[in-house]
Ligand binder design. Structure first.
Ligand SMILES: Nc1ncnc2c1ncn2[C@@H]1O[C@H](COP(=O)(O)OP(=O)(O)OP(=O)(O)O)[C@@H](O)[C@H]1O
Ligand SMILES: [Mg+2]
Length: 234
């Protein structure tokens, strides 16, 4: 579904992503592991069209997207749930969700998407008129994911959904990611929390200093000595 071939990204004069090639199959749930500053967010922003790659090709559903602006990529069915949630705290939950639907013109499709988001995260429906800024960290993460889902994506990029959340709340988010994947959504998940990421994915990539250094089935990565030392603290 998604293919990166020799993708590099430069921000200013800083070479952040170096020659990244990877593939995400339709229906899969794949992890992108890496520490602070490894380049996870920059790689996701490059895929989503928020930063242009300096070299390489990104193909989504068989067509090149590396030259497209972000909104056209969203229209093709690829959504990014950004790091830090990036909500509008002074707007209601409902308004924040609607912002994610601006590329969808058909009102019936918007209503369907909203219904699906409320089914996945009931708290968003129950408190739709409340301001986003009054929500807890975990609820804000649900809202950020809900907003990304409003564009009805086939591929969802999730940038560090667990960051800053208590373990029990992380479990709830992990359950939601797994149910989305079971419903057929393809998921590419970046995490510093390797434990949770490897638990809910089938395959993973490890990014260090902007380059992929290890890849393999999540069950194998979990027992890889480098991964265990650097990301699992064992
Ligand atoms: N807009 C920018 N201007 C300058 N440098 C940037 C910019 N965005 C990213 N970088 C640099 O690129 C590198 C990778 O950053 P990035 O945010 O992609 O890493 P990350 O893996 O997402 O880290 P974290 O886990 O902390 O979110 C860092 O050295 C960062 O300082
Ligand atoms: Mg990041």
């Amino acid at each position: 579904m998604l293919k990166l071939e020799h993708v590099s990204t430069t921000i200013g004069t800083h070479h952040v992503i170096h020659d990244v090639s990877l593939e995400i199959a339709a229906g899969s749930c794949v992890a992108l592991l890496g520490g602070n500053g490894a380049g996870k967010s920059t790689l996701f922003r490059t895929i989503a069209g928020l930063v242009a790659p300096t070299t390489g090709t990104i193909t989504f559903k068989g067509r090149t997207i590396s030259h497209l602006p972000a909104d056209r990529i969203v229209r093709r069915g690829l959504a990014l749930c950004p790091e830090g949630r990036q909500l509008f705290p002074g707007l209601t939950v409902h308004k924040n969700l609607m912002l994610g639907a601006h590329t969808v013109k058909d009102r019936k499709k918007v209503a369907d998407a909203l219904e699906q988001v409320y089914a996945l995260f009931p708290v968003l429906g129950e408190r739709a008129r409340q301001l986003a800024g009054t929500f807890s960290g975990g609820e804000q993460q649900m809202l950020a994911m809900g907003r990304a889902l409003m564009s009805r994506p086939q591929l969802l990029l999730l940038d560090e959904p667990s960051i800053g959340l208590a373990p029990l709340v992380v479990e709830g988010i992990a359950d939601a990611i797994q149910s989305l994947n079971r419903m057929g959504m393809t998921i590419f998940l970046s995490e510093q929390n390797a434990r949770i990421a490897l638990m809910i994915t089938r395959y993973g990539y490890v990014l260090e200093n902007g380059a992929l250094v290890i890849e393999g089935p999540s069950s194998t990565l979990m027992h890889n000595s480098v991964v265990r030392k650097a990301y699992l603290g064992t």
